[in-house]
Design a protein around this ligand. Sequence first.
Ligand code: ATP
Length: 313
Amino acid sequence: LVSFILYQSDLADNIRTLIYIFGDMLNSVGAAGKVFEYLDREPQVSTKGTLQPETLTGHVQFHNLSFSYPTRQERKVLQGFSLELRPGQLTALVGPSGGGKSTCVSLLERFYQPQQGEILLDGLPLQSYQHHYLHRKIAMVGQEPVLFSGSVKDNIAYGLADCSLERVQEAARRANAHSFISQLEKGYDTDVGERGGQLSGGEKQRIAIARALIREPQVLILDEVTSALDTESEHMVQEALASCPSQTLLVIAHRLKTIERADQIILIDQGTVQEQGTHQELMDRKGSYYKLKERLFTEDDQKSITLPTQENK
Ligand code: ATP
């Protein structure tokens, strides 16, 4: 009943967003700054769009965006920002901390409205689409996904009425989660509240990917885990991405393997696209990406990319 109500109104949509946000927040308790960061993320956009096309390819264009956060209007976080995401392609966003990667994703999720420029989805402004429709078509999997108290099945089918076990399993298979879920004592009926603490970061992220995939989004955004993942989990998340051949995939990438396999890499620094191309193209150019990549080779495990902050560049 709660899920039903939550999916019926714009107010409910905001509440639902806050539940997601608070859940995320609780996962990162300890950083008081984060609390305000997340509270700030309550959607501040119009929800009057009506378009709900039956088919959507997921072609996204950021057109010359300028954006400042409402709380810091004097500071342009994105400026002259243009970017194209194509269906069936994996785009990796990379760049120094504070460069604007998460902001770019927040704008695509419509948490904020850019002050200048626009984002087009299949050639039409994002705000012309119906709000709930857009939330179904653009899915985001965060670094520390929230798992709710309840079964694994309910966590994957969250908010979907009458969702069969077969449909849940199909999504879990695509997310590379089926095999480890099946090995849990109660399988899909396992209570995540009890077992959540025992699931690894990679397993939680795969459940969250399944929860995203079951809604058949056309655009899937993944904020890759920065902390060390075991090799198997890393491989499994990589494989899950490969199971989305027609979707538009956008990854805030922290792992060399993801970056190397991306169809295009976007290097964002100081709110603009500094470089873009494939790994090989950017390596051949020997510009900013090349220099950052050189530093990567000095990293201990060469798996996790630690990019310099703007301050210590
Ligand atoms: P990281 O890799 O550390 O996550 P990022 O590239 O994703 O960094 P953003 O989080 O988009 O960068 O931040 C871009 C700039 O916007 C930073 O200067 C940051 O301090 C600022 N910023 C981010 N969120 C907010 C907010 N809610 N209110 C005000 N300023 C913000």
